[in-house]
Design a protein around this ligand. Structure first.
Ligand code: CTP
Ligand code: MG
Length: 228
């Protein structure tokens, strides 16, 4: 089954406190966009990548994409993450039938094994996402007080790449937009229609880089990989 990746990289990355959009920040000499695009392109099942970047950075991203081993198109993203995903979906070839993976450029350390696990599960079940267990006990809070404790065994943190048969994702997205709903990941758009989404084990290495501390953590991980 033909499988393509949409790499969402159009966010501003406000919590990084940098002047450049987050995906264009350097991690050990390569931008997050470059690293995530290479990681997706290195997965045998992925045949092509759609990179969604800020409108002002499309030209720069095109140069970078030319160096990728797989075909890559670059399009401008939108205001919210879901607008960027929709722009990516619109850039798929017409008549495309297959699986689409949506991945955050802010997770540049994703492994080939995880990409392939999501692809396999999405092909089998129609929809699949990586999840990781929570380390902390999670509380409900309000008015500066603890209102209760959530059963941690029933919770997990969602990661990307999230994989879907295109027909399911397109339907779920159309409905979310028609209903004026904000979704923070793709899975949520399917869940609200009652469509099943399978879990695959995520990875602590596949952390979303949000703050300068996260970037420093990723630098250390890459340095440790090199045995430095
Ligand atoms: N994203 C996007 N378009 C948007 C918002 C987010 O393509 N309008 C992408 C980001 O580039 C990122 C991924 O979605 O790769 C996950 O979003 P997040 O980590 O929250 O990135 P930002 O929204 O850029 O960061 P922040 O929320 O800290 O401003
Ligand atoms: Mg954000």
């Amino acid at each position: 089954m033909d499988t393509r990746a949409i790499l969402v990289a159009a966010g501003r990355g406000e919590r990084m406190g940098a002047t450049r959009p987050k995906a264009f920040l350097s991690l050990a000499g390569q931008t997050l966009l470059e690293r995530s695009a290479r990681a997706l392109g290195a997965a045998p099942s992925i045949t092509a990548v759609v990179a969604v970047v800020p409108a002002s950075d499309v030209d720069e991203a095109r140069d970078l994409c030319e160096a990728l081993a797989k075909p890559c198109v670059v399009v401008a993203g939108g205001e919210r993450r879901q607008d960027s995903v929709r722009a990516g979906l619109a850039a798929l070839p017409s008549g495309f039938e297959g699986v689409v993976l949506v991945h955050d450029a802010a997770r540049p350390l994703v492994s080939i094994a995880l990409v392939e696990a999501v692809v396999q599960a999405a092909r089998e079940h129609g929809a699949a996402i990586p999840v990781v267990p929570l380390a902390d006990t999670i509380k409900q809070v309000g008015d500066g007080r603890i209102a209760g404790t959530v059963d941690r065994d029933r919770l997990a943190a969602a990661q990307t790449p999230q994989g879907f048969r295109l027909d399911l994702l397109a339907r779920a997205y159309e409905r979310a937009f028609a209903d004026g709903v904000v979704v923070t990941d793709e899975s949520m758009a399917l869940e609200r229609l009652g469509l099943p989404v399978a879990c695959v084990p995520g990875s602590s290495r596949n952390r979303k880089l949000t703050t300068p501390d996260d970037l420093a953590w990723a630098e250390r991980v890459l340095r440790a990989d090199l045995g430095a």
